[in-house]
Ligand binder design. Structure first.
Ligand code: NAG
Ligand code: NAG
Ligand code: ZN
Length: 531
C-alpha cells in the first residue's frame, strides 16, 4: 500500500470521500482473495489511506470535477453538431486525437469513433486499447454527451493534468459517442421512460442484437451492430464501458443465463408473481466475477452517488453498492457486454448513469460532475493485471495464440504483435498458452496491486515427429508442413480458443412454454422501463 497525501485543497469534499472509500474496497477484495472469507462487512477495512491503483506510483490523482478549459456547452448535440464538434476537436488536437467512422446507421449517419491518445493513429505495441460506447439505446443520450465532455476534458487537460497525461501516454482510448444516432433523432428530451427512440430505424434493440453465449439469437444483424462487431474484431480492446440511462448502477456480465427466469423486481405484491418467485432472476456469474465486480465498484465508488445504491423510484430496485450482475437484475439475450467478453475477452460492463433516460439539458452539467472521475478512473483499470507477449524461440511474436488463465474458462488470444492483456486482482495465477505448431505451456505468475505484471512467454515448437504424424507415416500434411530442419508441424487439434460451449447448453430449451412467454413479456416491459 502506498500512503498518499490528501488531495490538494479546493477539490470537492464529496469526491475526496469517495476516493478515500476506494482503497477500502480494494482491501476487501484482497481480504476475500487471501482469506477466502464468505461474507464481508462493508464497514470493515475503512482506512484513511489513499491508494494508487495504477502502474505509476507517485502520480497525482486525476482531478475531481474541473470546469472545462474550453467551452463545450451542456446541451444535447444533434448529429450534425456532434460531427462538427468531433471534426473541430480532431483538427485542433491532431497529436492527441484521430476521428474515424466504423460504419453508418440505417439512415446513413456515421458511427464516429474518436481516439484520444498520445498515439492516436497507431496502436502502441504493448499498451492497451480501451473503449466507451454511448447511446446504444437512442433515447438514453446522457452517455453520449458525457463522452463528448470526456473527449473535451482529455484534450484540454493533457498538458496540465499529470494523470490524464499518463493515461493518454499509455492507453489508446476509443470513444463511440453514439451507436444509435437514428434512434436518438426520434427521441424526446425530457422523456424519462418508454421505448420511443430506443431502437434503431428498423425497430431493433441493438443491445439484443449480438450473438449470444447462452441462447441462439435469431434477430437479424443490424448495420450498427455489424459495424461494432467488425470494429471489435479488428482491435483487441482490453476494457470497455457501455453507457445507458434509466437506472443508476454498474451492471456486469453475464446478462444472460442458461435458464429462463421470471423477474422479481416488479413482482413484489402480486400473488401471481409470488407464485413465480422460484423463477425469479438469479445471478449468472462469469469465471472473472471478482474482476467484474471490482471494475463495477471502481465506477460506482468514484461516482458522486452510484455506490449509495439508492433506488431511482420506490418501485425500482436498489442495488447494493451500486452494482449488479446483469442477469440478476433481469436476463437478456443478445447483449453487447456478454459478446465482448466471451468472444474477445474484452471486459465490458454496462453503466446506467441516469434515472431519467433523457433528462432536460440543464441537468447535464450535474451528470458530468457526477461521472467525470468514474469515467477516467475506470479506463485506468486496463493497467491492472497481467500483460505481455508470446514469442517463438527466434523471438518472433506468435499471433492468435490462445490464452487462458487457469480456472477461468473464458479465453482470449494474442494480437498480431503477440501481445496479450488480462485484468486480474492481486493473487497467484497460472496461465495456459496454446498455439498451432507449438507445445502448450503453463506459466505461474503473481499479480500485485501496485503495477501490472509483465510476462513474456516463449513457446517451443511441438515435438519432432520424423514424418510420422497423427495422420500416419508418409501422410502429406495439409496446411501443416515441414519446417526448417525437417521439423514437422502437425495441424493441431483445435486447441485454439473459441467461444466456449455454454455450461448448461441442454437447459436452453426451457426458453419455451408459458413461463418463458410471461418472462419474455415482462422482460421487454421491464427493459423499457429501465436501462
Ligand atoms: C505535434 O507533434 C509534432 C511532432 O512531435 C510537433 O512538432 C507539433 O508541435 C505538435 N503539435 C501540437 C499542436 O501540439
Ligand atoms: C517482453 O518483451 C517485450 C517486447 O519484446 C520487451 O519490450 C519487454 O522488455 C519484455 N519484458 C520482459 C519482462 O522480459
Ligand atoms: Zn439502455
Amino acid at each position: 500500500m502506498i500512503l498518499r497525501t490528501p488531495l490538494a485543497a479546493g477539490h470537492q469534499m464529496q469526491l475526496q470521500l469517495q476516493l478515500l472509500l476506494l482503497p477500502s474496497v480494494l482491501l476487501l477484495v484482497l481480504h476475500l482473495l487471501l482469506c477466502d472469507a464468505k461474507t464481508v462487512n462493508p464497514g470493515d477495512g475503512m482506512q484513511v489511506q489513499h491508494h494508487q491503483m495504477t502502474a505509476e506510483p507517485g502520480l497525482p490523482e486525476p482531478r475531481a470535477y474541473m470546469p472545462d478549459a474550453q467551452h463545450l456547452d451542456f446541451v444535447y448535440h444533434d448529429h450534425e453538431e456532434l460531427t462538427r464538434f468531433l471534426r473541430a476537436t480532431s483538427a485542433r488536437y491532431p497529436n492527441l486525437t484521430a476521428l474515424y467512422s466504423i460504419g453508418k446507421s440505417i439512415q446513413g449517419r456515421d458511427l464516429w469513433v474518436m481516439v484520444v491518445s498520445s498515439s492516436p493513429y497507431e496502436h502502441m505495441v504493448g499498451k492497451p486499447d480501451v473503449k466507451y460506447v454511448g447511446n446504444i439505446h437512442g433515447n438514453e443520450p446522457v452517455g453520449r454527451e458525457m463522452l463528448l465532455h470526456l473527449i473535451q476534458y482529455f484534450v484540454t487537460s493533457y498538458s496540465s493534468d499529470q494523470y490524464v497525461k499518463w493515461l493518454l501516454d499509455n492507453t489508446r482510448i476509443h470513444i463511440l459517442p453514439t451507436m444509435n444516432p437514428d434512434g436518438y433523432a426520434v427521441s424526446k428530451e425530457g422523456t424519462c421512460d418508454g421505448g420511443q427512440g430506443r431502437y434503431n430505424a428498423r425497430g431493433f434493440d441493438l443491445n439484443r442484437n449480438f450473438p449470444d453465449y447462452f441462447k441462439q439469437n435469431n434477430k437479424r444483424g443490424q448495420p450498427e451492430t455489424d459495424s461494432v462487431k467488425d470494429w471489435i474484431s479488428k482491435i483487441q480492446f482490453v476494457l470497455s464501458g457501455s453507457l445507458h440511462g434509466g437506472a443508476l448502477v454498474a451492471s456486469y456480465p453475464y446478462d444472460n443465463t442458461p435458464n429462463s427466469r421470471l423477474l422479481k423486481g416488479i413482482c413484489r405484491s402480486s400473488a401471481l408473481c409470488a407464485m413465480f418467485q422460484t423463477y425469479s432472476a438469479a445471478p449468472s456469474l462469469t469465471p472473472d466475477d471478482d474482476v467484474f465486480k471490482h471494475l463495477s465498484l471502481v465506477y460506482a465508488r468514484n461516482h458522486a452517488k452510484m455506490s449509495r445504491g439508492v433506488a431511482c423510484k420506490s418501485a425500482t430496485p436498489a442495488f447494493e453498492n451500486g452494482i449488479t450482475n446483469g442477469a440478476a437484475w433481469y436476463p437478456l439475450t443478445g447483449g453487447m457486454q456478454d459478446y465482448n467478453y466471451v468472444w474477445y475477452g474484452c471486459m465490458e460492463i454496462t453503466l446506467e448513469i441516469s434515472c431519467c433516460k433523457f433528462p432536460p439539458a440543464y441537468e447535464l452539467k450535474k451528470y458530468w460532475e457526477d461521472n467525470q472521475l468514474s469515467l477516467i478512473k475506470f479506463l485506468a483499470e486496463a493497467h491492472r493485471g497481467v500483460q505481455g507477449f508470446v514469442f517463438d524461440p527466434a523471438g518472433m511474436p506468435i499471433e492468435r495464440a490462445s490464452i487462458k488463465i487457469k480456472g477461468r474458462d473464458v479465453g482470449f488470444q494474442t494480437t498480431k504483435y503477440g501481445e496479450f492483456w488480462r485484468i486480474l486482482l492481486p493473487g497467484y495465477y497460472k496461465v495456459e498458452v496454446f498455439a498451432e505448431g507449438f507445445a502448450p505451456r503453463e506459466v505461474e505468475f503473481v499479480i500485485v496491486e501496485q503495477h501490472p505484471t509483465l510476462l513474456n512467454v516463449t513457446l517451443q515448437p511441438s515435438k519432432r515427429l520424423e514424418g510420422i504424424g497423427p495422420m500416419g507415416p508418409g501422410a502429406v500434411p495439409v496446411g501443416g508442413g515441414v519446417g526448417p530442419g525437417g521439423l514437422y508441424r502437425p495441424i493441431p487439434a483445435p486447441q485454439h480458443y473459441r467461444p466456449p460451449v455454454p455450461p448448461y447448453a441442454g437447459a436452453a430449451s426451457s426458453d419455451s412454454g408459458i413461463f418463458s412467454t410471461i418472462s419474455n413479456g415482462l422482460n421487454s416491459l421491464y427493459s423499457n422501463i429501465f436501462g
